[in-house]
Design a protein around this ligand. Structure first.
Ligand SMILES: NC(=O)C1=CN([C@@H]2O[C@H](COP(=O)(O)OP(=O)(O)OC[C@H]3O[C@@H](n4cnc5c(N)ncnc54)[C@H](OP(=O)(O)O)[C@@H]3O)[C@@H](O)[C@H]2O)C=CC1
Ligand SMILES: CC(C)CCC[C@@H](C)[C@H]1CC=C2C3=C(CC[C@@]21C)[C@@]1(C)CC[C@H](O)C(C)(C)[C@@H]1CC3
Length: 610
């Protein structure tokens, strides 16, 4: 192993995860694939550390020389908020590893300047969790009551999670099944440290990124060209290709820009409440103006006024391709801008995925977590406004186009259902806009081509395909069928909304008395996982509700062609993939607690099926 700096048996100093404190550890080995060293602390705790988190012992001097303020383990013990701590020592060996007075040292003055920004960390067992443990209903299932006693400080925990996630594999290598919760509690504000961001590549890695960059726009083009055909088919390849000049319409570009600017204006108006996002790795919490409902209400009023003034919305139908091309252009320009600015993003703004160092992959996946121009959050805005509200506008335009093309006085039942269902979905998303702040996209994914294109092109120009299809492919529905489809939609919506709200409320305030009936599993990060309620039925109940709704959106289009079922097929693939992405993220974050959750809640999305 020529490039290995430390060798088996070396006694070195290892940084304690989530802190700038170093403890004496012995190197047990090195894994070339993960580039991680396995080290053992004096109490037998094994962790995996990166090379930059290990220092030679001579780089340090005894702590007592470096600071007047005592932070000796003894002093620390006296600070412990856990009176019964000794009782729980056996259940908190990880924390005890540090508290057991392993030689605590700080870097000498010539050490890396970053390490001078010391963060003091208390390593003590988490008393509230221990208290909650004794309340467990069922020891074997390792569940606990979600009463205030087991509520950990979510924001601190989140900080720790994020930091650990970025730098460490915090998996205990020994006695994994014995892992018990512990907390790393910070007593000082967290300083910004240069986090080394893990780069687990997704979406087929670097080659995959090339593929998706070419495939996604081609696919949008393909389905748009298909849907106009008399007999559209997903296997009809290649579709008839229109002359090149039909792709471009300057007016379409102007209208898309106008629409985006209008949404920008609504977003920045000082109307609506300000909501706090989840803590970032730096500990900072960003604020977001969550006035989405106001934005869609204003947009509806303006569109209604425009129609009243005689503006013909069927232009959207007749220039759908040109509008899509214009939006695509804007999404590419935005992605280039995002990529360039992400090169200068501070380390704690680097997304965990999307920081591979490979230009194409990072461009695709997104490198910067929350790109902002002053307080204007680009990712949040793009995800929640122009495309999402545009989706409803386009659907509405298709309803008018259907009336015109089919000679109807009112839109068909199918068209009304598709319009109403999707409008409900969007309005609900905007009404509960704050809940988006605890989703994967906002918390974990960088903002790059995938989301920029997804938000500005994919959503408005493929999620509208059912309504587009109905314009020229009418599908009669009986009243009984209408009633059955509405029932299906409502069931899906109920599952989707209540499960999303349950998780969002729990993540925002785990001590909420309204959630006290829920059982949870504590994790080593200090955050808990819901194990009853919706999140005890399957691991992603919100996906289940979403899929049922997707079914209700497709059925009104009938079964003659596959194209209106495209959303359903795509959505199954998207959610299955998202679920597996989330599973591996959660396993990395929560380790054996996650495995325990998976053992308790066995199915991912559909009970007893998947
Ligand atoms: N229409 C569309 O195109 C799309 C719609 N969606 C919808 O958006 C919504 C959000 O989806 P998405 O962001 O993918 O995922 P989730 O909202 O389900 O978020 C997943 C996160 O929830 C937390 N979590 C997981 N299990 C538990 C548990 N048992 N207890 C507490 N917290 C838990 C974890 O984060 P942590 O522990 O870090 O808090 C996990 O990373 C869904 O309803 C989905 O259907 C999503 C994608 C596309
Ligand atoms: C182009 C790729 C293949 C896929 C891109 C995925 C994006 C289109 C979706 C990722 C997560 C999304 C969410 C919504 C829209 C689609 C994207 C952006 C959402 C805003 C729709 C409305 C819901 O109520 C929601 C829960 C707020 C959704 C959040 C996730």
């Amino acid at each position: 192993m020529p490039s290995v700096k430390y060798h088996k048996g070396d006694m070195v100093m290892g940084r304690w995860p989530g802190s700038n404190l170093y403890y004496e550890v012995k190197v047990l080995g090195f894994e070339a694939k993960s580039q991680l060293y396995t080290v053992i602390y004096k109490d037998g705790t094994e962790l995996e550390l990166k090379e930059q988190d290990i220092k030679k012992s001579y780089c340090f001097q005894p702590r007592s020389h470096s600071r007047s303020r005592s932070r000796s383990p003894g002093r620390r013990r006296s600070h412990s908020r856990s009176p019964g701590r000794s009782m729980h020592r056996s259940t908190s060996r990880v924390a005890a590893a540090a508290a057991a007075a392993v030689t605590e040292t700080v870097p000498s003055s010539h050490e890396d300047a970053k390490l001078h920004e010391m963060v003091e960390v208390l390593l003590s067992p988490l008393q509230p969790i221990m208290a909650a443990e004794s309340n467990r209903n069922n020891k074997h299932e390792n569940k606990e009551e979600n009463n205030t006693a087991n509520k950990v400080n979510e924001s601190e925990a989140k900080m720790e999670t994020e930091k650990n996630q970025s730098r460490y594999n915090l998996r205990r290598r020994k006695h994994d099944s014995e892992t018990k919760p512990h907390r790393l509690e910070e007593t000082k504000e967290v300083t910004r440290t240069a986090a080394t961001v893990s780069t687990q590549l997704d979406f087929g890695g670097k080659i995959g990124a090339y593929f998706w960059l070419l495939f996604l726009p081609s696919w949008v083009l393909f389905v748009i060209l298909q849907v106009n055909l008399k007999d559209p088919s997903l296997v009809n390849f290649p579709p008839p290709f229109p002359p090149l000049e039909t792709f471009w319409d300057a007016r379409a570009l102007g209208l898309v820009i106008l629409w985006i600017l209008f949404q920008v204006l609504l977003y920045i108006l000082p109307v609506g409440k300000l909501s706090e996002g989840m803590p970032l790795r730096s500990g900072e919490r960003l604020t977001y103006r969550t006035n989405g409902f106001f934005a869609i209400a204003m947009s509806a009023a303006v569109v209604a006024a425009a129609v009243h003034q005689g503006i013909d919305l069927t232009y959207i139908h007749s220039h759908f391709l040109q509008l899509a091309v214009a939006s695509f252009l804007i999404s590419v320009l935005l992605s280039v801008y995002l990529y360039i600015r992400s090169r200068y993003a501070p380390p704690d703004q680097q997304a965990l995925g999307g920081s591979s160092g490979n230009m194409v992959y990072d461009f695709f996946k997104g490198h910067e977590l929350n790109p902002r121009i002053k307080n204007f959050d680009l990712k949040f805005f793009c995800e929640m406004r122009p495309g999402l509200i545009g989706w409803c506008l386009i659907n509405f335009a298709f309803a008018m186009a259907e009336m015109e093309q089919q000679g109807l006085d009112t839109p068909s039942y199918s068209m009304i259902l598709v319009n109403a269902f999707q409008l409900l979905y969007v309005v609900d998303g905007l009404w509960n806009e704050e809940a988006i702040l605890t989703t994967m996209d906002l918390m974990h994914d960088g903002f790059g081509f995938m989301l920029a294109f997804g938000d500005l092109v994919w959503v408005p120009f493929t999620y509208t395909l059912q309504a587009y299809y109905l314009v020229s492919h009418p599908n009669e529905l009986s009243l009984a069928a209408v009633a059955a489809i509405i029932l299906l939609k409502l069931i899906g919506f109920y599952i989707f909304r209540t499960s999303n709200s349950e998780k969002n409320a729990f993540r925002r305030n785990p001590s909420d008395p309204k959630l006290s009936y829920l059982r949870t599993i504590p994790t080593a990060t200090g955050k808990s996982l819901l194990v009853s309620g919706w999140w005890g039925v399957v691991r992603h109940p919100n996906y289940l509700g979403d899929l049922i709704m997707a079914l209700a959106w497709s059925i009104p289009c009938g079964f003659s062609h596959l194209l209106p079922w495209y959303y359903m097929i795509y959505f199954i693939i998207l959610l299955v993939h998202r679920n597996s992405r989330d599973m591996s993220d959660c396993r990395r974050k929560y380790g054996s607690a996650w495995d325990e959750y998976c053992r308790t809640v066995r199915y991912r999305i559909i009970p007893r099926v998947y």
